[in-house]
Design a protein around this ligand. Structure first.
Ligand SMILES: Cc1ncc(COP(=O)(O)O)c(C=O)c1O
Length: 451
């Protein structure tokens, strides 16, 4: 396949202007892209280039870009009510959406909802709610987790030093415990889950008194650490520990939610019924909205304005979220994510045999990680290969990124048409051929650093 991406003149002009005005913490170093338009599974720039989107705005646009049903509803809402601060008045879409969120969230118990604007602030809210309800302060969070960039979420996160460097004191009383990684076990044994549980118990026996712990915050499938799926046995043991000591479970479903993993929420893969479920990203198909759905007694344990944000539960975002839920259901997108995910995994198994650099293929639904290694035996992460694959795909018209240094992030919209999925996989195969044959120069590594 020829290079589909040719000139970048207009993109570069914009980026030069941006360079003068934008701070440095917002953008990860991948591609010189300024998006003009996005529709369905495609994104378009200012130079007439077009890419198939394998990132979905980092798992935000599960329903594809600008789904017509969602856009129409938003336009109607825009004519009626743009916003009113929810601390002072309600609106019908806040109420109707809350009912829907309660319906789709795991947990067969009485639940209530509260709203924010980002996954990060929703994680802060969940931590505050857990503390206020239990009157305990300690929080357990996992190694390599990503919960966001507000102070609470940041304090719980443990995936990247640049997030935490020079930030002054973070939230106190957050303890990090090991998350099992079956492919690269931290404990170098084949009973990683058991060893992690033993390490957690050791922490409870020596540093963190369990009766002082309010909650444990977990991504049921870790996202930004490179798609790490825990074993059922680990989740079962964790649930037991939490039951034993009255510790609440906060599931951070910001990335895994809204059908991404082939279920409404990834907790369902493990029969986990979290006390608090945190959601954001795909909840409103790109409109700013986040929510915490939790046990009624927890959600009513604090007083206003403890949970108030002026711009939360924006009516247009709420309408977009209701329409997102409708689209996921009517288009059967959870099932579609499962089916397309299995298909993609099979294709990568073939690539794994053909090219010696794929160490592991993991994930659920359309949240997949392809771990590239120097050797399938020694498993050392192959950063330069991952970066070159992504660059080559970019040049051929596929927008693909990697995280955790060497893990290709496969996260197309759940609505991607088979024809374009096929085209994307074809581009990927050609990129593996090109990189293996040394046709992608080292110089691209100066451009695409990733994270
Ligand atoms: C699991 C998880 N939690 C929280 C967040 C933070 O969400 P936001 O960027 O909307 O603040 C992210 C973002 O990547 C995430 O992946």
């Amino acid at each position: 396949m020829n290079n589909l991406v040719n000139k970048m003149d207009e993109n570069m002009k914009w980026l030069k202007r941006e360079n003068e005005v934008l701070g440095s913490g917002m953008r990860l170093p991948f591609f010189p892209l300024v998006i003009k338009e996005a529709k369905g599974e495609f994104i378009y720039d200012y130079d007439g280039n077009k890419w198939i989107d394998f990132l979905s705005s980092a798992c935000v646009t599960n329903t594809g870009h600008a789904h017509p049903v969602i856009i129409d509803r938003m336009k109607e809402q825009m004519d009626q009510l743009v916003h009113y601060n929810p601390a002072y008045a309600s609106h019908e879409n806040l109420i109707a959406l809350s009912e829907e969120l309660i319906r789709i969230t795991p947990g067969n118990f009485s639940k209530k909802v509260t709203y924010g604007l980002s996954g990060s602030d929703a994680n802060d809210t969940a931590i505050k709610l857990a503390r206020s309800y239990t009157r305990k302060s300690k929080i357990l969070a996992f190694s390599r987790s990503y919960h966001g960039n507000t102070y609470g979420a940041l304090s719980a996160s443990a995936v990247s030093l640049p997030m935490r460097q020079n930030m002054g004191p973070l939230l106190p009383d957050i303890y990090h415990i090991p998350f099992p990684d079956i492919y690269r076990p931290q404990f170098k044994t084949d009973n990683e889950s058991e060893r992690c549980i033993a390490a957690i118990k050791h922490i409870l026996e020596t540093v963190c008194p369990p009766e002082e712990i309010a909650a444990i915050i977990i991504e049921p499938i870790q996202g930004d650490s490179g798609v790490i799926v825990p074993q059922q046995a680990f989740i079962d043991e964790l649930k037991q520990l939490c039951n034993e000591h009255g510790i609440l479970i906060i599931a951070d479903e910001v990335q895994t939610g809204f059908g991404r993993t082939g279920k409404w929420f990834a907790s369902e893969h493990f029969q986990l019924e979290p006390d608090l479920t945190v959601m954001g990203k795909a909840i409103a198909s790109g409109m700013p909205l986040s929510a915490v759905v939790g046990r009624s007694e927890i959600m009513t344990s604090w007083q206003p304005p403890a949970g108030a944000f002026s711009l939360a539960a924006n009516p247009i975002s709420c309408v977009a979220s209701r329409a997102t839920i409708e689209v996921i259901e009517t288009e059967n997108l959870t099932k579609r994510a499962q089916e397309l995910g299995s298909y993609i995994k099979n294709r990568f198994r073939y690539f794994q045999e053909r090219f010696g650099v794929i160490g592991d293929i993991r994930g659920e639904g359309l949240m997949l990680g392809i771990d590239l290694v120097g050797s399938q035996v020694s498993k050392e992460p192959n950063h330069s290969y991952a970066a070159k694959i992504c660059w080559s795909c970019w040049e051929k018209g596929l927008f693909l990124t990697f995280f955790s240094g060497s893990v290709l992030r496969i996260a197309p919209p759940l609505t991607i048409k088979e024809e374009y999925l096929e085209q994307a996989l074809q581009i990927l195969e050609e990129s593996f051929e090109d990189v293996t044959a040394g046709r992608v120069p080292d110089s691209v590594l100066d451009e695409i650093k990733g994270w």
